[in-house]
Design a protein around this ligand. Structure first.
Ligand code: FAD
Ligand code: SF4
Ligand code: SF4
Length: 461
């Protein structure tokens, strides 16, 4: 390791905003091997490395970063995979600045190590150079596990169980596997080929994925229970919240969930080649300012609309990652902050025509610790918008738990589990991810999947 420390990060090449705002291709290009090694060289290799504790799955960051610095990308991948089944995904979408990078010692004297981009580099390099190895599975597959949902929590749980010799089958409601990674997060942040590659790994491990199967609707939990020794439920939080305002049912007002699913899964932007369109919209208001809102606003922009984030607080209180806000601004998304919709107004055919809004001001903090936005009296105004996307949060999907007797949920729909065993109130049925926590993050859902796999193995011993 070099003695003098470089305080500045090696910059990550990105596509220019004027180019990328016209397509759905990925925005950051990722490090070259030389750049990755140079960035890894900056790591101080701290004795008690705080970055490890900053990662929800406690990846041995100094170890994989040192392996990159030495050019040993294959070993770096092995280190990552000991903790994290899908580093190509987390390297791209983890809120690193709030986790591992937030506590990185280098952050005290300069820029923290770019841990996320290094993680992405290793996984991408390994994929492109066929460095991955499927582990030998020695145990005979006698015990059978059924998994409901195919998002990151299920993928992690399934991989660990399969690696330990269990026979695993996943039931997925949609016609494609991957959960939010596939239907929610747009390809300009997370290309589908990355997820498909991770799903191929599950296939190599012998995990079967049955798509178009809604547990609780066309197959029951009782039926699964007859077939499997244990069940893991990770059905996510894909049910949208609405504002409850007049006119919210007008045409061209979408939940973020439907809007993004139409684009990511149904390829609306390739209409008529694909047959689920999104009607042309000139000016779109995205209500909300979290990651989901940024993804929606940047997608609307790419469909050719004048795209606005309408947010009742200021951007500093936005729950979205800074990187997403910066990317949205660079691409031309407009931020109408301190502003809230009051009602949606339609034309004679029921299409959205304009939105009645008001100005807001920030007052005392609410339960989230952020200042409460209050309506400024007499500030109402009306603005033309022919499209709107409601992105104010999601809650757990109901179809599963409403048809699963013995599985109890909290009043907001989160499945109740025993924190130690990860088991629900029904024997042999375990749960995790957003279905338990409410909308959270990929890495937390993965952490739950890992813990559940271990609990299931203990339960079946
Ligand atoms: P999900 O990924 O939601 O997967 C659940 C799966 O279960 C789905 O495929 C669903 O179809 C299936 N399912 C549901 N009910 C049934 C049923 N009854 N039968 C069969 N299958 C069923 N997190 C980050 O860390 N970084 C980000 O940048 C980020 N961006 C996001 C952007 C968007 C647009 C959204 C919506 C979320 C984002 N998140 C992000 C949050 C993150 O994606 C979730 O926390 C994570 O995907 C939860 O994983 P999960 O496995 O619990 O559930
Ligand atoms: Fe950081 Fe996320 Fe990787 Fe953990 S998984 S080291 S939090 S980027
Ligand atoms: Fe390297 Fe930062 Fe971790 Fe220290 S805290 S070992 S500098 S990544």
């Amino acid at each position: 390791m070099s003695m003098s420390v470089d305080k500045e990060r090696v910059p990550v090449p990105e596509r220019p905003p004027e180019e990328r705002r016209n397509d759905f291709d990925e925005v950051p290009l990722g490090y070259t091997p030389e750049q990755a090694m140079q960035e890894a060289e900056r790591c101080l290799q701290c004795g008690e490395a705080p970055c490890i504790g900053g990662c929800p799955v406690e990846i041995d960051v100094p170890k994989f970063v040192e392996q990159i610095a030495e050019g040993d990308f294959k070993e770096a991948l092995k280190t990552l995979k000991d903790y994290n089944a899908i580093p190509a995904v987390t390297g791209r979408v983890c809120p690193q600045e709030e986790q591992c990078e937030k506590v990185c010692t280098m952050g005290k004297i300069g820029n923290p190590i770019n841990i996320g981009k290094l993680e992405r580099f290793v996984a991408d390099y390994a994929r492109e150079h066929n460095l991955e190895e499927t582990p030998e599975i020695e145990v005979e597959k006698v015990k059978k596990i059924g998994i409901v949902g195919s998002g990151p929590s299920s993928i992690t749980c399934a991989a660990l169980l399969a690696q330990n010799g269990y026979q695993v089958k996943i039931y997925e409601a949609l016609h494609e596997a991957g959960g939010v990674l596939k239907y929610g997060i747009p390809e300009f942040r997370l290309p589908n080929e990355v997820i498909d590659h991770e799903l191929e790994y599950l296939d190599e491990l012998g995990v079967v994925i049955e798509k178009n199967r809604i547990v609780g609707q066309n197959i029951s939990l009782d039926e699964l229970e007859e077939e499997y020794d244990a069940i893991y439920v990770a059905t996510g939080a894909g049910s949208p919240r609405f504002l409850g305002l007049e006119g919210e049912d007008l045409k061209n007002i979408y939940s973020a969930n439907e809007f993004l699913t139409r684009i990511n899964l149904m390829k609306a932007y390739k209409f008529p080649e694909y047959d689920t369109p999104i009607t042309d919209m000139d000016k779109v208001a995205v209500i909300g300012a979290g990651n989901v809102a940024m993804d929606s606003a940047r997608s609307a922009l790419r469909l050719g609309a004048d795209s606005h984030i309408v947010y009742r607080r200021t951007t500093e209180w936005s729950p979205a990652r800074n990187e997403e806000i910066e990317h949205a601004k660079e691409e031309g998304v407009k931020f109408d902050t301190l502003c809230n919709p009051i009602k949606f107004i339609g034309d004679e055919n029921g299409w959205l025509k304009e939105i009645n809004l008001c100005k807001t001001e920030l007052t005392e903090p609410d339960s989230s610790g952020r200042p409460s936005p209050c309506r400024v009296e007499g500030s109402e105004f009306t603005e033309e918008f022919d499209g709107a996307v409601i992105a104010i949060g999601q809650q757990p999907n109901k179809v599963f738990y409403e048809n699963a007797s013995g599985v109890e949920v909290k009043d907001w729909g989160g499945i109740i589990i025993d924190e130690d065993t990860r088991m629900t109130t029904r024997d042999g049925v375990f749960a995790g991810g957003d279905a338990v926590s409410g909308a959270a993050t990929v890495i937390l859902a993965m952490g739950d999947g890992r813990k559940a796999a271990k609990s299931i193995m203990d339960y079946l011993k």
